[in-house]
Write a protein that binds this ligand. Structure first.
Ligand code: SF4
Length: 330
């Protein structure tokens, strides 16, 4: 697909055709299966200053929490008891969870359960990535958010685009299923730069790619910026599916936040993964990357049941598998 064709689809030349084709591509690879991932967001502490994120270190207005090792393991145990064999352990870049602690948690999860473990802990360096892989971690999400260097610099002051990209490469070299992703509708982004992003993220040869709309957080420097158009995010997901037929693509929670039935529409646009928070209800709403995230008060059981029901209502099957990558690796 050429950049010009991508731009035309991003501009909405034929959504019906685009989404139908994306669904057909997904079916070719995954059949009727939709994978489920429970996310345990164990720390809302972060040392970074990303200009779009409510967890950024200078934001003194949010309540910070840190789960203990036992609380994290309890949340994973609950997920396992619901027959959901994949967990994402996610947090801000919080150095108080050192390399050994995370490694011990991963080892314990792998010893207790037949479960795939995804880590999403930011840039922690090759030594940490390697140790956690040795401990049994299967997947790692390290989102670029944009592949445009100049936009990246405005997003993440003090962070280096090349270092983050090198981090993705390191994860791949260590044998992780590597995931990354983008935010659509970021300040400074144009349709043309988004088309470049789609092509650039495709060239990374990833196992998972996410795309969700920018949701401005009022307690950040980007708080007064316009939010991203959810339709543009859906088109981006569909284009990613066409260009990357075998990758895992989640229907993001950001989509659901900005549009009713956003997750359903994400599946209709070619997504094959539903991810949802199973962070303990007492702290879940404080993982406030953007406003409106994690406001659901229900238990993990209800969350998982709701996800399964949504999938069934679409004539699809909530998969009980580990939901591994289908991307062929030589
Ligand atoms: S986007 Fe991630 S790294 Fe940046 S401030 Fe938020 S939690 Fe921290």
């Amino acid at each position: 697909m050429t950049k010009e064709e991508i731009i035309a689809f991003l501009e909405g030349v034929d959504d019906l055709w685009l989404f139908a084709l994306a669904q057909a591509r997904r079916t070719e690879t995954f059949g009727t299966d939709i994978y489920l991932r429970g996310i345990v967001e164990f720390s809302s502490v972060c040392r970074c200053q990303c200009n779009y994120c409510g967890l950024r270190a200078p934001n003194a207005e949010i309540h910070r929490y840190q789960l203990t090792e036992d609380e994290i393991l309890d949340a994973v145990d609950e997920l396992a008891s619901l027959n959901l064999p994949t967990v994402v352990l996610q947090g801000g870049e919080d150095p108080s969870y050192d390399v050994a602690t995370i490694g011990r948690i991963v080892r314990t999860v792998k010893a207790r359960h037949h479960m795939a473990v995804t880590l999403s802990l930011g840039e922690r360096g090759r030594e940490a990535f390697s140790h956690w892989r040795d401990c049994g971690a299967d997947r790692y999400l390290l989102k670029m958010e944009t592949m445009d260097r100049s936009i990246y610099t405005t997003l993440r002051p003090g962070c280096d685009f090349d270092a983050r990209l090198a981090g993705v490469r390191t994860l791949q070299a260590l044998g992780y299923e590597a995931g990354s992703g983008m935010i659509t509708g970021l300040p400074g982004m144009t349709i043309e730069s988004l088309a470049d992003d789609i092509l650039a993220v495709t060239a990374l040869d990833l196992d998972m790619i996410s795309a969700g709309p920018f949701v401005p957080h009022p307690q950040t420097p980007f708080g007064a910026e316009a939010g991203g158009d959810p339709q543009l995010a859906l088109r981006t997901m569909a284009l990613l599916r066409l260009l990357n037929p075998k990758v895992n693509i989640p229907a993001t929670s950001a989509l659901e936040t900005v549009r009713a039935e956003g997750r359903k529409q994400g599946i209709d646009a070619g997504a094959n993964v539903l991810m949802f928070s199973v962070t303990p209800a007492a702290v879940r709403k404080n993982y406030a990357i953007y406003p409106g995230k994690n406001q659901e008060p229900q238990t993990a059981f209800q969350t998982v049941e709701n996800a399964r029901e949504l999938i069934r209502s679409m004539g699809l099957v909530p998969s009980m598998s580990l939901g591994g990558s289908k991307v062929a690796r030589g």
